[in-house]
Design a protein around this ligand. Structure first.
Ligand code: PEP
Length: 251
């Protein structure tokens, strides 16, 4: 399976800074190894700039960090899937831990966003992951099951997911903390996610990429990427600097 290396720029970068970073990535990734696909989840205000910089290279794509589940309407401050597509984005993140735990999104809203974005033609990366207290209470599997099932219970029959859907396992305690999950913890969680996906999708689950995210850096990226059931990386802080992200992509 092609490995996806994804950057999450969070709420960083002006349009000029985004243009500079995207140009550096496009230059550094002129020959992306065939087994890699590179995504940048940029702030809404920079998406057109990033999409333009990536336009000549089919191995590079950009996405929104969120989207609202409606075509249009009185939803002040929100951005629809159609608006993302209009800016040149082809992906959306849903359920990022900062949206779940800082902005208060629950499983039901994450499910609505995921399904609506897929229906409207975006590819979706669904983020899931447990808080430290949930892990310490022995609830890792139960949390991942709840987060995955809430999406699949609401998914219409026959929704095509091949090449359009990925899951990012991001333990909340590892995001932005510098505390990367150990290899044994990544292996355990990714095996749980694969089994849960098999339960809802059968054999098709083998083709769904499962990414790891949480304090990935150039020094630890290759080791995590080589683990069973790790089909890519979602990188926050270390993706803000183009050279550091290029090292993680492995070029
Ligand atoms: C993220 O924002 O999804 C993330 C994993 O952040 P960091 O790499 O900084 O932990």
């Amino acid at each position: 399976m092609q490995k996806i290396i994804a950057a999450n720029w969070k709420m960083y970068k002006t349009r000029a800074q985004a243009a500079q970073s995207a140009a550096s990535l496009a230059a550094g990734l002129r020959t992306v190894p065939a087994e890699r696909c590179v995504l940048v989840f940029a702030p809404f205000t920079c998406l057109d700039v990033v999409a333009q910089a990536f336009a000549q290279n089919p191995a590079l794509a950009c996405g929104g960090q969120d989207c609202y589940p409606a075509d249009e309407g009185a939803f002040t401050g929100e951005i629809s899937p159609a608006m993302l597509l209009d800016c040149g984005a082809t992906w959306a993140l849903t359920g990022h831990s900062e949206r779940r735990h800082i902005l208060g999104e629950d499983d039901a809203l994450v499910a609505r966003k995921t399904i609506f974005a897929l229906e409207k033609g975006l590819n979706v990366m669904l983020c899931i992951g447990e808080k430290l207290e949930e892990r310490e209470a022995g609830n890792l599997s139960a949390v991942l099951e709840r987060q995955i099932h809430s999406v699949f219970e609401a998914m219409p029959e026959g929704q095509s997911l091949d090449g359009r859907f990925a899951v990012a396992y991001e333990p909340v305690w590892a995001i932005g903390t510098g505390k990367v999950a150990g290899h044994a913890e990544v292996l355990e969680a990714h095996a749980v996610v694969r089994t849960l996906l098999q339960g809802v999708l059968g054999n098709a689950a083998e083709r769904l990429p499962i990414l790891y995210g949480g304090s990935v850096k150039p020094a630890n990226a290759a080791g995590i990427l080589a683990l069973d059931n790790v089909d890519g990386l979602l990188v926050g802080g270390a993706s803000l600097d183009a050279q550091s992200f290029l090292q993680i992509v492995g070029v």
